[in-house]
Design a binder for this molecule. Structure first.
Ligand SMILES: NC(=O)c1ccc[n+]([C@@H]2O[C@H](COP(=O)([O-])OP(=O)(O)OC[C@H]3O[C@@H](n4cnc5c(N)ncnc54)[C@H](O)[C@@H]3O)[C@@H](O)[C@H]2O)c1
Length: 274
């Protein structure tokens, strides 16, 4: 797909990989709608793109609310008259083992990380198909391909996102649609995700169960992501998948081995790999 002059909507665009996607798309000649729950950061991010000479607007959006996704679509059509690309990228995480995860943590994670992309696909797909071409990308994770310890709710949400996008791509092919889908499965990227709680309602946050295992894992994750890939490197990978019609985007393909080994063991000795 030739993206020049087309319209892209990116959720979670005020920070990290979402901001990188928005900037990459703008540099490629797209008009960009940045959506995020964090209003001040959204204003700054939008101004940065507009100040560098591109067409962009910011729309404060909570992706966990269907009505807000619908309002985002309406604002996009009002401003630019069309939409061709959607990136369901907003996401949060919480470190907690299954069995020690509060229901509030499960709901918070699944509402944003899984229901957000479902609302996005169901709301935007007909609008994108109206254009006769387009693309929907969602950000999952390596946690969508391999469910490690201490991250149960996130793993469940991200496995759901991978399934959502694979189902979508196959449904689009079934009906010979010109719209394509892809899924971004990042490894460690140096973003603000470890500070996910910054956007959380205090009453939800208060129900988080702090376990020793969960805290230990989160400290490890914080150190790992601090040494992770620059999010600016991820924007061009997503653009490449859109222009070249690729489905899988792995920032760290070598990490795909864990999924291969798990599948091999499933067929060989039927035991779950470590
Ligand atoms: N950083 C990593 O290593 C990594 C790895 C794999 C997957 N991911 C995924 O990448 C995506 C982007 O995260 P990031 O790492 O750039 O983190 P980030 O925190 O820098 O950016 C996430 C953005 O999402 C926004 N957001 C949070 N809740 C929202 C809501 N309810 N509605 C709208 N916006 C909301 C935040 O305000 C923030 O701007 C997420 O889906 C995350 O799960 C990150």
């Amino acid at each position: 797909m030739d993206v020049n002059g087309k319209v892209a909507v990116v959720t979670g665009a005020a920070s990290g990989m979402g901001l990188a996607m928005a900037e990459t798309f703008a540099d490629a000649g797209m008009k960009v709608v940045l959506a995020d729950i964090e209003e001040a950061a959204l204003k700054t991010a939008t101004a940065r793109i507009v100040d560098s000479g591109h067409e962009a607007i910011g729309v404060r959006t909570d992706v966990a609310q269907l009505a807000e996704i619908e309002a985002l679509a309406a604002a996009t059509l009002k401003q630019f008259g069309a939409v061709h690309v959607l990136c369901n990228n907003a996401g949060v995480g919480v470190g907690a083992p299954v069995g020690e995860t509060s229901i509030a943590d499960w709901k918070w994670t699944l509402d944003i990380d899984l229901w957000g992309p479902i609302y996005g696909v169901e709301t935007f797909l007909p609008l994108i198909e109206d254009q006769g071409e387009g693309h929907i990308n969602s950000t999952a994770s390596m946690a969508g391909l391999y469910a490690g310890a201490s991250l149960g709710a996130y793993n469940v949400a991200k496995h759901g996102v991978v399934a959502l996008m694979a189902s979508l791509e196959r449904d689009l092919r079934w009906r010979d649609s010109k719209v394509r889908a892809s899924v971004l499965c990042p490894g460690p990227i140096n973003t603000n995700i470890v500070d996910s709680e910054r956007n959380r309602e205090p009453e939800d946050a208060a129900q988080h169960i702090s376990s020793e295992q969960g805290q230990k894992f989160w400290d490890f994750l914080t150190r790992t992501l601090a040494n992770g890939m620059d999010p600016a490197d991820v924007g061009p990978m997503v653009l490449d998948a859109i222009t070249e019609e690729k489905f899988w985007i792995l920032t760290h393909p070598e990490m795909g081995e864990v999924a291969i080994n798990q599948t091999r063991a499933m067929l060989d000795d039927q035991r779950l790999t470590r």
